[in-house]
Ligand binder design. Structure first.
Ligand SMILES: C[S@@+](CC[C@H](N)C(=O)[O-])C[C@H]1O[C@@H](n2cnc3c(N)ncnc32)[C@H](O)[C@@H]1O
Length: 341
């Protein structure tokens, strides 16, 4: 008999994350569902206070073991054959997009490159392995990768029931934005026209069309390669009748106040596009504005930028949230605001 957190199904993912952040989920036992509740095996460190704070009940019960389960890093360390004093150099973070693995390999591991690549590929189930050699750059957000194993960097990545087809070497995909992609999919956009000003391969367009039920999503994308994938992904996810792709600069979008909602999923110079975004919004429309912001300027700077751009049309801030940490003391934030007039 072990301790279990009993949670409603709708809450289970957020509770699991909260518990995970406190290293309180037992990895040796399975999460299971019974009597309409999800049961998460928890460690002894969780007390009643924490349970109340996060919002679940502690119950006692049995849970099948996960004896064969081993975290990937544990398996990598177990299987790799390199001098043990180099183990600390092995990458602890990576991006696995479909069957393509992207990682950074420190210089100290060069001599053992073949071994590193083959063990990571095997353990993580990747067909292609790429090394990140530079940063994501330019307006198109192009990655800088070198292929170390495999023939193709094209893949289909599945996330929250959405298929994202892409060429990992030609377009970016930030797995750190997963919660925001999910949040967009959880909105109720029935009957809405949404403009996704920086649509990429469909990061937000696809969950908005497929899960949030938007009537029409105008996905604007300046990079022809990404725009082509956006079209293909709309078809792949069965929403081609609701997704309209505009391949060009969003400042040239030819329409006026058509949008119930505008998504601005871009970083760096997003604020330069605020006037255009506001000009696309109907009265009462909502904007989801992203930017990178020093934690000391939060939430004043993004809020002020939106308020200024909205001018006489007014601006009601609905929420500010951190999408992810971007750099030390810099956050990627998203501000939701309503433009009432
Ligand atoms: C790659 S996405 C940002 C990442 C994304 N939010 C995620 O979840 O991974 C940004 C996209 O905006 C596009 N873009 C940049 N400037 C643009 C503009 N002026 N008009 C339309 N698209 C633009 C880029 O080509 C890029 O594909």
């Amino acid at each position: 008999v072990i301790r279990l957190a009993a949670v409603d199904k709708e809450e289970c993912e957020s509770v699991r994350r909260e518990l995970n952040a406190r290293s309180a989920v037992r990895r040796d036992r399975k999460i299971f569902e019974r009597d309409g509740k999800v049961h998460i095996p928890i460690t002894d460190s969780v007390d009643e206070c924490t349970a109340e704070e996060i919002g679940f009940e502690i119950v006692l019960g049995e849970s099948p073991p996960r004896s064969h389960h081993r975290a990937p890093m544990e398996r990598i360390l177990h299987e790799i054959e390199i001098p043990p004093d180099l183990n600390h150099l092995l990458p602890r973070k990576w991006e696995l997009l479909g069957k393509v693995l992207v990682l950074r390999i420190p210089r100290g591991l060069r001599k053992h490159l073949d071994e590193v690549v083959s063990v990571y590929a095997r353990v993580l189930g990747a067909k292609t392995v790429c090394e990140e050699v530079g940063t994501i750059s330019g307006t198109f957000r192009t990655p800088s990768l070198r292929v170390l194993k495999g023939d193709t960097t094209a893949t289909v990545h599945r996330e929250n029931g959405i298929l994202f087809k892409m060429d990992v070497a030609r377009v970016m995909f930030s797995s750190g934005n997963i919660d925001e992609r999910k949040r967009m999919g959880d909105l109720d956009c029935s009957g809405e026209t949404v403009v996704d000003m920086f649509a990429g391969i469909g990061y937000f367009t696809l969950p908005l069309a497929r899960h949030a039920g938007a009537e029409r999503v105008i996905g604007c994308e300046i990079n022809p390669v990404a725009a082509q994938y956006l079209k293909e992904n709309a078809r792949l996810n069965g929403v081609e009748d609701r997704v309209l792709v505009f391949n060009g600069d969003n400042r040239n979008l030819p329409m006026g106040r058509v949008a119930d909602r505008v998504v601005m999923g871009y970083l760096g110079t997003t604020h330069e596009h605020l006037n255009k975004a506001i000009s696309l919004l109907k009265e009462g429309g909502i904007i989801h504005y992203h930017e990178t912001c020093g934690t000391d300027q939060m939430p004043d700077r993004p809020v002020q930028r939106i308020t200024e751009a909205a001018g006489k049309r007014g601006c009601e801030i609905l929420g500010v949230r951190e999408v992810k940490s971007y750099a030390p003391a810099v956050s990627h934030v998203v501000v939701d605001a309503r433009i009432p007039r």
